[in-house]
Ligand binder design. Structure first.
Ligand code: NIG
Ligand code: FE
Length: 419
């Protein structure tokens, strides 16, 4: 299939990250050719992009889509001046435990289809609203039917039924609950912040998960500075998410996380071989400065501006991170408490308006950055060999994603990696 007459094509190719007047050929779900429209080869099927901008499908590397109920009242109270607290998670835990599998799946599918309509072609889904062995396991086995990127987040908060017994809960999370959830998970995550888990608890839980072959990810720096970011780097986590509050030492640790030779051709890496198999193979392309074609082995800082919007908090300083050389991803964190948006274009608009990112940086963070945060080489870019996950925008440039906030600019989504 040939997509011709692309006004502006974003590939993230190291030498030529974007090109105008382009065409792209798709064969067997992969990008087979990229070049000038005028020199495009013949194809059986043609799509006329009509001069539109084409970008890689968004890689939303942080979401919590499987839950019951909503928290509109809590949002209203926050808009009236109340602070966001991690404890609000417990009300969703109650609603999630009470929901049937069919209800949970229907809710997650609805959000997934919202995401797809807004250009997201890969999504990571975390558990974290069950917090019993059976409910965490149930959430992950449902999530696994929707994505290969599943994350075990038994350590979201200490549930009400364990109040005063947090050591027992930590033991459960890294013991029996991990045993039950690991077969459904690729990743393990811990929420390190006030009202959630301490750095020492997180070290113990993440180490147990890594020993089970799961890759590590961390929630840290949402509510204040803690040692969570440095712990993530120390443990070789693929991503540390939120990063709203950062000490200079955190930024330095993230910038140094890739180290020498951190780009590895070994797609397994510390991301481990969770029981969910996936195609991390990519194209066999050689490593390059852009990090396309090789697994990024450092720790990505994943920024979630939907949270700051919805909790009325200061936005993270993306400029500080980018200028220090940190890899940055953008994700929705779609969840009923802190960020009930499924829209990556909305996150891009916030990143440009509020976080010091250029539109090009924000689009890159929402595509290639997300892929790096998931240690994937096959998605997030459109070089030859990539999965043909392509979004055509009803706009001549991706700048319009920020320039025209709230406008449905996604014209067509080609999602080869999930079809
Ligand atoms: O990523 N930070 C922790 N967890 C979610 C919030 C979940 C909730 O409030 O229900 C987050 O923001
Ligand atoms: Fe989250």
């Amino acid at each position: 299939m040939l997509i011709e007459n692309i006004g502006l094509l974003v590939t993230h190719d190291a030498e030529r990250p974007e090109r105008s007047g382009a065409a792209i050929v798709i064969e067997n779900g992969r990008v087979a050719w990229v070049g000038d429209w005028t020199g495009a080869p013949d194809a059986d099927e043609r799509i006329d992009a009509g001069g539109r901008c084409a970008i890689p499908g968004f890689v939303d590397s942080h979401s919590h889509l499987v839950f019951g109920g909503d928290r509109a009242a809590e949002f209203e109270a926050r808009m009236a001046g109340r602070r966001y607290e991690a404890g609000g998670i417990r009300s969703t835990v109650e609603a999630t435990r009470a929901a049937s599998d069919a209800q949970l799946l229907a809710g997650a599918r609805r959000l997934l289809s919202e995401m797809r309509a807004q250009g997201t072609t890969t999504v990571e889904i975390k558990s974290g609203y069950g917090l019993t062995v059976a409910d965490e396991c149930r959430i992950l086995s449902l999530a696994r039917t929707l994505t290969a990127e599943t994350t075990y987040l038994g350590a979201h908060v200490v549930p009400a039924d364990y109040s005063g017994r947090r050591d027992d809960y930590v033991a459960l999370v890294e013991g029996e609950m991990l045993d039950a959830c690991a077969p459904h998970s690729r990743w393990i995550d811990v929420f390190i912040d006030d009202g959630a888990f301490t750095v020492d608890e997180a070290r113990s839980i993440l180490t147990a998960g890594i020993a089970r072959g799961l890759g590590a990810r961390v929630h840290a720096g949402q509510l204040g500075v803690s040692g969570g970011v440095r712990l993530a780097v120390e443990l070789g986590a693929a991503s540390v998410d939120h990063c709203t509050y950062l000490a200079d030492a955190d930024v330095e640790a993230l910038a140094g996380s890739a180290g020498a030779g951190a780009m590895s051709r070994d797609a397994g890496g510390s991301a481990g071989a969770g029981a969910v198999s996936r195609d991390a193979g990519g194209t066999g392309a050689a490593a390059d400065a852009a990090g396309v074609g090789a697994v990024w082995a450092g720790t990505v800082a994943t920024l979630l501006p939907g949270v700051e919007f919805s909790t009325r908090s200061p936005y993270p300083d993306a400029r500080r991170l980018l200028d220090a050389g940190v890899r940055v991803a953008l994700a929705s964190d779609c969840n009923p408490g802190s960020s009930y948006t499924s829209s990556m274009p909305f996150c891009i608009a916030l990143a440009v308006r509020e976080m010091g990112m250029t539109a090009a940086e924000a689009v890159r963070a929402a595509t290639l950055g997300g892929a790096q945060a998931l240690r994937r080489t096959d998605i997030g870019h459109l070089r030859v060999g990539a999965a043909a996950d392509i979004v055509l925008l009803d706009a001549p440039s991706y700048v319009h994603l920020a320039y025209r906030p709230g406008v449905p600019l996604v014209h067509r989504v080609i999602a080869s990696s999930t079809e």
